[in-house]
Each structure stands twice: as structure tokens, then as C-alpha cells.
Design a protein around this ligand. Structure first.
Ligand code: ATP
Ligand code: MG
Length: 688
């Protein structure tokens, strides 16, 4: 029978429609959509999911993987909107139907909790964020005597990076040391010992780090009894931003969908920017080979986001890349200003320039939320943040300092985590050492005693106070006693807060300001059904910082977006400013300077430029500040425009100096009638 085309397909172009309709209603082979920025990949993915559901696919049997929780929420909302309308149920009725959407790590955590008993995990495991992982690595390092006895042993952060790369790239330690950390190669034997002990410590304490969420998931998939059930559970698995997945993630997908049936991945090799986390563009480039002959490939080359002048400049920048699969993009939005290349004196001027342009655009009707300022590294927005605060312009910063990075927030979360899992030593250390008079030695003894006890929290409550612990001790044991009695969620966070506030005066000078944050934390908590869900979500994808320091996005207010380029992935704004488009920053001179690294920096600039719909400003301060952890310390450098903007591209840009030379100043210089008093000059020569 001939079915009328559903109207939501009308707006799609032929390629997008191919991708959306691929294999719907029949056994569906693997599908790859590989296409440039703004060509509608994510949009196509949303329509594909909706189309699958409209045609009878069960939403709870669809697994949707994105690179952030925010991206997952946006995508599911779009699907719900389309489905609700087409199926006539309304959007609200669809809410929550796409139960399995999120990041690889988030979905991994959920699956692991569910299967914990089958794989020898205690389902009450807690998750360590990077900082906790580094702290644990440090504890183990000390215990093994590596940090003290061996001078110049890699720092805890470097150890963790090495460990993480070995895991995510599915390669061995020797190889990672040789390729990525040559200056640590002499420590191979010690590192091997350290990592073995780190893994053992995590297991004893029932904690998983970020990498474990993928590693255990992958391992679980190689157990035939479990793998079959999991592979059967999802009819469709769809992945956005596939160019930024690593080998471990590709293995997981392959295990979920061995023949690729029901598997859809979309991405853009020109936007691969996460190799420092072991992501590899090979995943996307080899997808067709991995799934020959069934794999269907769709490419798209019309960009719906940007004006042609912006695209032409972005095409030129990526056009000089060494290798690339996706083609140049074109847009039907012919008109618009050329992107500006703005040279300013220093970062203070850069901040003033941005603020001026932003206010001008707002005046002209572009709300702040439709404008973004992007930068390579979180610290680069410092001078701008000061200027924005001075001028009272609200902003939200993505990818920089997280709400969670604040010590007082971490303290409170560590307390909850410790109650959830009393074997979590990093959490225990953190809490015990908050008490005046309790140092690492007595904290360690206490934790050892707890580790050996059947009921660790009861052990703590009944233990004699450590020698120099003052009044803090009874307060802590009273709190733990209360929490052990399960007062309920989120009430227990209120108890914890009440305990913590009096301690803060001794810990921080700005305790009053921090108290407000704790209240915000309680507000966030009230949106969660349980402590465990709250902790998991906040650890995996913490809220971003905002200009009012409260950590909660100013939802109904208008605010400017500040974001690292990495966190800007997939998003778009009417007007985009890119800061510090200078050599040494883009490309950054922090890396080892291999040509692969430099190519990745080019892609980073490409990602930044392709976020802009209507207006793009690339700014080059002639002098800029470098934060360095080296013998030279922080310093100013005189900077050149990024090498990625080559001479041959200049015609595509509007090249300008700011502040502009003022007309008045030009008048002053203008040649007037010559009037030189030669007599006075002669007299002056002899004047005493
Ligand atoms: P990126 O590579 O940056 O992630 P993308 O390929 O995922 O980009 P989308 O974000 O899906 O691109 O789409 C870019 C913009 O183009 C969005 O505003 C989207 O609504 C719009 N768009 C996509 N397809 C169409 C279409 N067929 N008709 C009109 N607008 C479209
Ligand atoms: Mg996208």
C-alpha cells in the first residue's frame, strides 16, 4: 500500500532522507553518515530515531549514545517532539520513553550496576572522577614508596594519563610510553607495579574510575552469557560524534552489534579533536571495512548552519589539512559579512572588543544566549570574565571550571560517597582530615579499622576518638550515625550540610559565599530520586560554572556563553568570537609538536569556526599571557596570528585593527600649510 510521506520528512534533503529511512521496517544493516559540520548529522539522527519509533520500533529498545548528557537530552527532546506530534500523543506522553540515552560512561555505569552481581561487582560501587582517581593513584604511589624514594617519578596526573591511555587505546604500556610519554619510559617497571596496585586498590574499595566504566562494560560483553542478553536488548544503537570515540568504545559497539545490524554512527573526521583522550579517527574511517559488505554510507555536503562567507573561510582552513574524508561544504545562505580577523594589542583589549561587539549585537536584537565566545583552554577566558563581571553581563561557562571542582562541594559529595560506600578510601581520607586534629596517620588507622569491620560505619560510630581529635569527632560520628539510619533522600544532604557549615569557618575565608553554593547543591539534589543517581550523574557530568557562582544555569535569564572549543562540539550560535587565534595557542605549543598534534589543532580551529551561523570574529592579541608550569614561570609573549590562517586565505576575511585609529587623530596628522619657525630653531641651538 502507498503510504503518504510523513510531513516531518519533507524538510530533509535527499541524503538526509536516505539516512533517516535506511532499513526502516526491514532488517537494517549498519549505517554510517559521514559529513561536514552543520550538514544536519545530529538533526538526521533525531529524525531517524523518530522515524523508527513512528514505524513501530520500541523506544526503550533504542540505545542513543552522545558525547555529553546535555547533547543526549537535546536529542531526546527533539525526538519526543516529532513523535508526540506525529503519533498524536503529544510530547509529554513521549517523555522518558527513550530511556537509554546518554554518554558511553553514563550508560556503562547503569548497565554495570544492573549486572553487578553477575560480574563480581558490589552494586553499591562508587565512581571516582579524575581528581579522585589522581588522589588514589597518589595514595598508592606513596604506599609503594615511589614518590619519595625515586625523585622525578611521574606526577600523579601523569601516571593517571598514562594508565588511562593504555586502557582506552587498548594497547600496552610499553607502546604508550614509547609513543606518548617517552620521558617516562625509564619507569616502565615501576609503573607496571603501580598500576597493578592501583587496580587492586580500586577493587578492594569497590570504586570504579571513568575508564573502568568502559573497560568493565567491554569485558562484560566478552562473557558470552551476558553478551547475548545485552546484544539482544537493543534493536538499534545510534552514536553521534563517532569521530571522537576511542578503540574501547568501538569494541563495545562491535560486541553489541557484531554484524552491525541496527547500528548507526554519524560523525565528521574533520572534527576529530579528542585524540588526547585516545579517541581515534580510525574508528570512523574504518567503519565501512569493519562491516563490509553491508555497510551503507551516506555523505552530506549542504550546510544549513552558516553563511557562505563563513563556510568559505572554514573550508579554506580545513582545506590545507593533510588528510580528510569529508568534502567541502556549501550553503544557500549566500549573504553575510566575511568573518573578521581582528588584531588587538593584548588580552585586555581583546576582552573589551568582545564585550563591545556582544553588546552591539544584543542591541541589534541578538540575545546573549545566541552568542558565544570560544577558546582553546579554560584559563584563556580570565580577562574576559573580569570584564564581563565589571560590566554586569551574565555568562555561563562550559567546559571550564565545574561546579564540582570547588573544594566545599567536593567535600559534601565525598561525604555522601563515603556513606554510600564506606570502603572508598579517597572519600574517607577527605572527610576525616576535615576535622581539626586529625592528620593522615590517624585517618589512615581509622580507615584500616573500618576496612576490616563487617559494618564499617558502625565501627566508626563506636570507635574511640583519635588522640588529638577535638569536638569535631562527636559531631562527625553523630552525623554518620544519623545517615546510617537512612533518613531518606534528599533529607540526608540537609543533615550533611548542617554538619558541614560550622566546619567551613575554619576551612575557608569566604565561608558565607560558599554556604550559598551548598544550598544550590541541595536544590539540584531535590531533582533526583536517590543518592546513588545523584552521585553518579554529578560525578560523570557535573554542572558548569556560571557568572553568579551558584553553579546553576540562570535558566530564565539571558546570558552569554563562554566555552572551550572542545565543549562547543555539536552546538551553534548566531555570533561566535574565537579568542587567542595566535601561534603558540592555536596550535598550542604545549604539545610535543608532532605533525599529528598540529593537524588536530587545525581541526580544533575548524570546529570553532563552524559553530557560527551569521557572524564570526577571530581575534589575535599581539601580546598574550602564557601560564606555564616551567622554570620560566608565567610570562608574556609577543604573538603572531595562527599559522592556520595562511596568506592565500586573507581575501576571505575582513582584516582589521582594533581599537581603530580614531578619525580625530588622523585629522591631527593631516598635512596643513607648512609653518616652521626657522628663526626660533636657530636661537634654540644656542640657548643656555
Ligand atoms: P556538527 O557537525 O556541528 O555536529 P551537524 O552535522 O550535526 O553539525 P546539525 O546540528 O544537525 O548539524 O544541523 C545544523 C543546523 O542545520 C541546525 O540548526 C539544523 O536545524 C539545521 N538543519 C539541518 N538539516 C536541515 C534541513 N534539511 N533543513 C533545514 N535546516 C536544517
Ligand atoms: Mg552534530
Amino acid at each position: 500500500a502507498l503510504l503518504a510521506t510523513p510531513d516531518y520528512l519533507d524538510a530533509l534533503n535527499a541524503g538526509q532522507r536516505d539516512a533517516v529511512e535506511h532499513g526502516v521496517g526491514s532488517p537494517c544493516g549498519p549505517l554510517l553518515v559521514i559529513a561536514g559540520a552543520g550538514s544536519g548529522k545530529t538533526n538526521t539522527l533525531a529524525h531517524r530515531v523518530a522515524h523508527l519509533v513512528v514505524n513501530g520500533a520500541a523506544p526503550q529498545r533504542i540505545l542513543l549514545l552522545t558525547f555529553s548528557r546535555r547533547a543526549a537530552q537535546e536529542l531526546t527532546r527533539r525526538v519526543e517532539r516529532i513523535c508526540g506530534r506525529v503519533l498524536g500523543t503529544g510530547e509529554a506522553a513521549m517523555a522518558g520513553a527513550l530511556d537509554w540515552s546518554g554518554t558511553f560512561h553514563g550508560v556503562g555505569a547503569r548497565l554495570l550496576r544492573e549486572h553487578a552481581p553477575l560480574i563480581g561487582l558490589d552494586p553499591a560501587f562508587t565512581i571516582h572522577d579524575r581528581e579522585d582517581s589522581a588522589d588514589l593513584m597518589n595514595l598508592v604511589r606513596h604506599e609503594l614508596g615511589f614518590s619519595a624514594a625515586k625523585s622525578r617519578f611521574p606526577t600523579k596526573g601523569t601516571c593517571l594519563s598514562i594508565y588511562s591511555r593504555v586502557v582506552n587505546a587498548e594497547t600496552d604500556l610499553a607502546e604508550v610510553l614509547k609513543v606518548n610519554f617517552p620521558w617516562c619510559a625509564m619507569w616502565e617497571a615501576e609503573l607496571r607495579t603501580l598500576f597493578a596496585e592501583y587496580v587492586a586498590a580500586k577493587q578492594r574499595q569497590n570504586v570504579l574510575d571513568y575508564d573502568d566504566l568502559l573497560l568493565y562494560w567491554a569485558a562484560m560483553m566478552s562473557a558470552p552469557q551476558i553478551a547475548a542478553g545485552l546484544a539482544e536488548r537493543f534493536d538499534h544503537v545510534l552514536v553521534d560524534e563517532y569521530q571522537d570515540t576511542n578503540r574501547l568504545q568501538a569494541s563495545i559497539l562491535l560486541a553489541l552489534k557484531p554484524l552491525g545490524s541496527g547500528l548507526t554512527v554519524v560523525g565528521d573526521d574533520a572534527q576529530s579533536i579528542y585524540s588526547f583522550r585516545a579517541a581515534t579517527v580510525r574508528n570512523i574511517l574504518q567503519f565501512p571495512q569493519n562491516f563490509t559488505p553491508q555497510a551503507r554510507i551516506v555523505t552530506l555536503d549542504r550546510n544549513y548552519r552558516s553563511t557562505q562567507p563563513i563556510l568559505a573561510a572554514a573550508n579554506a582552513v580545513i582545506g590545507e589539512a593533510r588528510e580528510r574524508f569529508t568534502k567541502n561544504l556549501w550553503s544557500e545562505r549566500e549573504n553575510g559579512p566575511r568573518p573578521a580577523l581582528v588584531t588587538v594589542r593584548d588580552e585586555a583589549d581583546q576582552a573589551r572588543y568582545v564585550v563591545e561587539r556582544v553588546l552591539e549585537s544584543r542591541e541589534a536584537g541578538t540575545v546573549l544566549k545566541s552568542q558565544a565566545v570560544l577558546f582553546r583552554t579554560s584559563s584563556h577566558s580570565g580577562p574576559l570574565e573580569i570584564e564581563l563581571t565589571r560590566r554586569n553581563i551574565p555568562f555561563v561557562k562550559f567546559g571550564g571550571l565545574k561546579f564540582l571542582d570547588a573544594a566545599h562541594i567536593k567535600d559534601l559529595l565525598a561525604l555522601l560517597r563515603w556513606v554510600e560506600n564506606p570502603r572508598d578510601r579517597v572519600a574517607g581520607f577527605r572527610i576525616l582530615q576535615l576535622l581539626p586534629g586529625v592528620g593522615p596517620a590517624s585517618a589512615g588507622r581509622m580507615l584500616d579499622a573500618m576496612a576490616g569491620a563487617a559494618d564499617p560505619l558502625l565501627e566508626l560510630v563506636e570507635a574511640p576518638p583519635p588522640p588529638r581529635a577535638g569536638e569535631g569527632w562527636p559531631a562527625l560520628t553523630a552525623l554518620v550515625g544519623t545517615l546510617r539510619g537512612r533518613p531518606g533522600w534528599p533529607l540526608e544532604l540537609d543533615h550533611a550540610r548542617a554538619w558541614y557549615i560550622p566546619l567551613m569557618d575554619g576551612l575557608y575565608e569566604d565561608a558565607a559565599m560558599r554556604e550559598a553554593d551548598l544550598l544550590q547543591l541541595c536544590q539540584i539534589a531535590s531533582g533526583y530520586p536517590s543518592r546513588e543517581k545523584f552521585l553518579t550523574d554529578l560525578t560523570l557530568d557535573p554542572p558548569d560554572a556560571t557568572s553568579d557562582q551558584s553553579g546553576v544555569p540562570l535558566l530564565d535569564e539571558d546570558y552569554l556563553i563562554l566555552s572551550t572549543i572542545h565543549s562547543a562540539k555539536g552546538q551553534e550560535w548566531k555570533s561566535v568570537h574565537v579568542l587567542n587565534v595566535v601561534d603558540g595557542c592555536m596550535p598550542s605549543d604545549l604539545g610535543t609538536g608532532t605533525s599529528e598534534e598540529i593537524e588536530e589543532e587545525r581541526r580544533l580551529l575548524y570546529v570553532a569556526m563552524t559553530r557560527a551561523k551569521d557572524e564570526l570574529h577571530l581575534i589575535t592579541p599581539q601580546r598574550f599571557f602564557v601560564h606555564q608550569q616551567s622554570a620560566y614561570g608565567d610570562r608574556h609573549v609577543y604573538a603572531q596570528r595562527s599559522r592556520f590562517i595562511s596568506r592565500s586565505m586573507l581575501a576571505l576575511f575582513e582584516d582589521m585593527l582594533w581599537p581603530p585609529v580614531k578619525p580625530a587623530a588622523i585629522e591631527g596628522l593631516a598635512p596643513g600649510p607648512v609653518r616652521i619657525d626657522l628663526g626660533a630653531q636657530m636661537r634654540g641651538m644656542w640657548a643656555k
